[in-house]
Design a protein around this ligand. Structure first.
Ligand code: ADP
Ligand code: MG
Length: 476
């Protein structure tokens, strides 16, 4: 981005020192106009790239977001900018970002650009006078879908939110892989505590939540400005301290030490601590032994990888929340395909819904494949004949062994033919090879199956859809 930030020769000259503050106000304004949810979904990722003459450039990280923002909010952004700064004539919305902001602006962007969050009054970000983005309003207990893999962690989180500092639950240590709901549960605890509102000491409860990274950043900043004492006091005055992604402190000895002392000071006076990490305390090698031991004193709860059932429930809940009509087939497909974590699953659904809204088209399997092309590709892998047999057997509720058995009953023979058809379509195997894998059948049997299934598909739409769904699920 080669934007000229210095004053150009043109008419009203934009005072660039004012841009960050103006931008911040514009964002705040948009946020209150469109609402928190919409803002977060679409606008939060906007960054100001700079000004060139009378044209402001705003960046969004993806083509899709960019198109969306341009079509939905482009005019409004133009108007707001013109109102805010008479030197501005036009706003150019482009794909970019992740890219560093233009140097002259970088410093101020980093500190002033985040809009003031919508946070209940009583909820204070204790560490800093200037409020900043802290607790995500979407991350509540109501919005958290409970299933086998997360029910224990969820129950522990609820317990802590209802009765902080109960014996046995302090500290609460939540761990699990990325995107499985650790941050969501921590924020939910914070919301619940704030909603209940009582610290037990006749004053509002004060909760501090921050990532371990931010903890370190604050700690270092405090040292630099010789305000360690204030920092310590602030930290130790909260009722509940939550530190997210503690693994970040591995290798950061001094910050660990500081955290350890804070931790002890709080626990000793009966304050609640909640910590998350990607591994259990015993597996966090590189973390101070004393700290690891103390972290394991309270309740340790893990969030397991999602199951198909949980992924389905999450999709159903999120689609309902978004008020989107997502066919069961599409959800089934997504829950099979996107198994890595909830964040990706949610991202895929959001994109689908947005796309459908944007173009006024219903959500179908075809549209799903098209819109999520890149995500799906990343999850693709080579499919084997065994997988095909397994999936098809499951789908038609027959035994896997029937794929190679001699039984000729229709209920068994038809699924077997479908599996052969898919093996031909989805693998590089030859007809004789496929035949061998289906109980040593002849290649002409496979050939017959392939043409028979193809023919049936043209005649029977329901059957065709079934096969199509299986193909998409297996497809490499
Ligand atoms: P982590 O902190 O473990 O990396 P997050 O808490 O940030 O993961 O979760 C990632 C995304 O998935 C968030 O948008 C969160 O709301 C969502 N999510 C995770 N688990 C669930 C769940 N059980 N129900 C609803 N949403 C979930
Ligand atoms: Mg997290």
């Amino acid at each position: 981005m080669q934007h000229v930030l210095a004053a150009t020769m043109q008419k009203p000259i934009a005072d660039i020192t004012q841009l960050p503050a103006q931008w911040s106000r514009i964002r705040g304004r948009l946020q209150s106009e469109v609402g928190e949810l919409e803002y977060r979904n679409w606008l939060r990722q906007m960054t100001l790239a700079g000004i060139d003459g009378d044209e402001i450039t705003v960046l969004l990280p993806t083509r899709f977001l960019c198109d969306w923002v341009r079509s939905r909010y482009g005019d409004r952004l133009n108007t707001l900018w013109r109102e805010a700064n008479p030197a501005v004539r036009r706003v150019d919305i482009r794909v970019g970002g992740g890219a560093a902001p233009v140097p002259a602006l970088a410093e101020s962007l980093a500190t002033t650009i985040e809009p003031t969050p919508v946070v209940p009054n009583r909820f204070e970000e204790r560490m800093d006078q200037r409020p900043e983005l802290s607790i995500d309003p979407r991350f509540t207990f109501e919005a958290f879908v409970v299933g086998k893999p997360n029910e224990f962690a969820h129950a522990c989180a609820r317990r802590v939110a209802e009765q902080p500092s109960s014996p046995g639950f302090n500290p609460l240590f939540l761990y699990g892989g990325v995107g499985l709901g650790k941050t969501h549960l921590m924020h939910a605890i914070a919301w619940e505590l704030v909603a209940r509102g009582n610290s037990g000491a006749g004053r509002p409860v004060s909760v501090a939540y921050m990532s371990a990274e931010k903890f370190m950043y604050r700690f270092i900043a405090a040292i630099r400005s010789q305000q360690q004492m204030q920092f310590k006091e602030q930290l130790r005055s909260v009722d509940v301290l939550m530190i997210d992604d503690l693994q970040f402190l591995i290798g950061k000895e001094n910050t660990q030490e500081e955290f350890f002392h804070t931790f002890n000071a709080l626990v000793d006076v009966g304050k609640q601590i909640v910590v998350s990490a990607d591994k259990s305390p015993s597996d966090l090698s590189g973390l101070d032994d004393r700290l690891r031991t103390r972290l394991g004193y309270g309740m340790v709860a893990d969030l397991h990888a999602t199951t198909f059932e949980l992924r389905m429930s999450i999709l159903e809940a999120k689609a309902a929340r978004a008020g989107a009509a997502v066919p069961a087939k599409v959800m089934d497909f997504l829950a099979h395909k996107i198994t890595s974590n909830v964040r990706e699953l949610e991202g895929a659904l959001n994109r689908l819904v947005a796309h459908a809204n944007l173009f006024g088209r219903p959500i179908t399997l075809e549209a799903t494949q098209e819109v999520l092309h890149d995500i799906l590709k990343a999850h693709d892998r080579r499919v084997s004949i065994e997988e095909i047999q397994k999936r098809v057997a499951e789908h038609f509720s027959i035994r896997l062994t029937d794929m190679s058995s001699a039984r000729r009953a229709r209920a068994v023979a038809r699924p077997r033919q479908v599996a052969m058809y898919l093996a031909k379509q989805l693998t590089q195997r030859s007809l004789p090879e496929i035949g061998r894998r289906f109980g040593n059948r002849d290649h002409t049997t496979v050939m017959h199956a392939v043409s028979r299934v193809g023919e049936l598909m043209t005649r029977d739409a329901v059957f065709a859809e079934d096969v199509e769904l299986l193909r998409r699920l297996l497809e490499s």
